[in-house]
Design a protein around this ligand. Sequence first.
Ligand SMILES: *Cc1c(COP(=O)(O)O)cnc(C)c1O
Length: 217
Amino acid sequence: MSLEEIKSRIAKAETQAGRAPGSVTLIAVSKVQPLERVEAVLDQGQRVFGENRVQEAAGKWPAFKDRYDGVELHLIGPLQTNKARQAMGLFDAIHSVDRPKLATALARLAQEEGHCPDLFIQVNTGEEPQKAGILPADADAFVAECRGLELPLRGLMCIPPVEEEPSLHFALLAKIAARNGLTGLSMGMSSDFETAIALGATHVRVGSAIFGDRSYG
Ligand SMILES: *Cc1c(COP(=O)(O)O)cnc(C)c1O
């Protein structure tokens, strides 16, 4: 599918949901993709990208940022505290704030560096043991803790369990965000971004539908 097609599907979903045009940000997830595919999407004008590993992003994005103006990078994968400083230098937003230790580290670094990326708290809506994220029952307290640290909280993020109906998870995330006064909702991927938009997504993270399948060989 082309970038243009994805953008028009997003626009249509916005209209159908009664949302303002342009209220949803498309994050093109470029992890593991060959550089020439990423370059082609940059050449078509896309500027917001997502990566799930700090190391991989550090390897390819500084050169792209030199060549293309206005690139905005989002970290959508787990962040180790020992990579937090590097991540703060590279990324404009971090969607994977998932534990108090990381929140504390980010707050300390934000003080030192005088700036901080936009932050999203990852919520483990499916309560999957192997998945990162704050449990739904602990989310309100963690939001309060992040606010106490004066972190720039934008919203919440989730990755629904593969086997389950995503809309239940999107609705749960939207409910937790609303009761905490958070407006950002990072939810929806290639297979379900229209459903996510119907349920209030402000940021959709779309990889394979734009770039083609990832080969992990
Ligand atoms: C890889 C990834 C995506 C994109 O997935 P696609 O199914 O390729 O669109 C979205 N969010 C996260 C957290 C990811 O790791």
